[in-house]
Design a protein. Structure first.
Length: 412
């Protein structure tokens, strides 16, 4: 792949990440100091970095606890940083949820809870609803991840099977709650980020059951029986959230705008397809390949969150699957190259954020002994791009505003 183009696409990714930097994102949204205590809670793949930034910005007493994915932590002086499993919860996530309830449940009206919430928190805030066991929650997450359902459908189910999500963490305290959200969901609905542990929930059991039917999700028998037959878990009433505040402090739209501005300064025409694209990853990859093949020289940017319906047992995430489909559809074109990557630095469960591709990458995969068509059929995009040596591995970025896709057509 052309090194100059690869460097340009990497620079655009870096610019997008910088636009969602925690210090920059939080600076304009600090709440007023309370008469009493200030306690921070939080969850997500960028929660530790948000906590560290909040410590720098906050002037006053402070304590709290946040949970992030294993390997995504960073040093904080006053806020405890816990680590747990993602995307399938483990016992450490269960303990982290208990620690957050313990941190807020004895607070009163003069106190303040600051909730730092970002993508990945749904798995990290484990805690099954009464009537379910933790093993049920683990099985549920396996089923949802394999279903190919969009994030809104998955969260509708998660909220009805959790004692944390759907505003229930906020309901555990009498303190005022200010929620600061780094959005990784299409549309930037804060109730969807990390399944909204401190945000009012507008959905209920009917929406969860409708999502199961619509997307043909094969849930574990105990979970399905719970949703169909057990008494509906109560959601917090509106009075719980009186006086609370919710602010989206960073999002894909802001990051894409920053990348677009940088590209235009370099003299490149830019089209932004949107920050909320959804759908099957391989299908969107094929659509974008057709668009690129028909376009004049320019940069095409997009964000959002695609899905992968698992039918094979390969390695990879939604960005590499998108890009492998894209690469096959542009094969032979020497004027098109692309980067697709998750803004948090991890695509699915592997160590890469995504990958680079051009019109020659499919042949490089074959030369390395990997059939790209078979790899796509087996959900094995990681192996294909690893063989071609074009994986993109920036490491954890400290933020999470969902997927970043950049397609460059023509020369720089």
């Amino acid at each position: 792949m052309d090194e100059k183009k690869q460097a340009f696409l990497t620079e655009l990714f870096d610019v997008a990440i910088a636009a969602a930097d925690p210090l920059h994102a939080l600076a304009g949204h600090l709440p007023d100091k309370p008469k009493g205590r200030c306690v921070v809670v939080g969850a997500g793949k960028g929660a530790a970095q948000l906590a560290a930034a909040f410590e720098v910005l906050w002037r006053g007493d402070l304590s709290g606890v946040v949970v992030t994915r294993y390997g995504f932590g960073c040093a904080c002086e006053r806020i405890e940083v816990l680590e747990a499993a993602h995307p399938v919860p483990d016992a450490a996530g269960l303990s982290a949820s208990e620690a957050m309830f313990a941190a807020v449940e004895d607070l009163g009206p003069d106190d303040l809870v600051v909730a730092l919430v970002c993508g990945g928190g749904s798995a990290l805030l484990a805690g099954p609803a009464e009537g379910l066991e933790f093993a049920d929650e683990v099985e549920l997450n396996h089923s949802l991840l394999a279903s190919g359902a969009p994030i809104g459908a998955m969260n509708a189910i998660r909220k009805m099977t959790s004692r944390v999500k759907g505003g229930r963490l906020a309901a555990a305290t009498k303190a005022r709650v200010v929620t600061l959200v780094v959005s990784d969901v299409p549309g930037d609905d804060p109730a969807q980020v990390a399944s909204g542990p401190t945000v009012p929930c507008a959905s209920g059991r009917a929406e969860a059951l409708a999502a199961i039917e619509r997307y043909k999700i094969a849930l574990p028998e105990r979970v399905l029986a719970f949703l169909q037959d057990a008494p509906e878990p109560p959601l917090p009433s509106d009075t719980v959230f009186e006086g609370n505040e919710v602010h989206v402090v960073a999002s894909a739209a802001v990051s894409l705008a920053a990348a677009a501005e940088r590209a235009r300064k370099a003299g490149v025409a830019v089209t932004v397809l949107g920050d909320a694209l959804e759908g099957e990853a391989r299908e969107l990859g094929a659509e974008h390949a057709q668009l690129a093949c028909e376009a004049t020289p320019q940069l095409i940017l997009s964000g959002g969150e695609t899905t992968v319906t698992l039918t094979g047992k390969g390695r990879g995430g939604r960005n590499t699957e998108y890009l492998l489909s894209f690469a096959l559809a542009i094969e032979g074109r020497t004027d098109i190259c692309a980067l697709a990557a998750d803004s948090d630095g991890i695509d699915g469960s592997e160590d890469n954020a995504g990958a680079f591709a051009d019109g020659e990458i499919a042949e490089k995969m074959r030369a390395a002994g990997v059939d790209p068509v078979q790899a796509l059929a087996s959900n094995d995009a990681y192996t294909a791009f690893e063989a071609a040596q074009t994986l993109f591995t920036p490491g954890p970025t400290g933020t999470n505003v969902n997927d970043f896709r950049a397609i460059l057509i023509g020369e720089l």
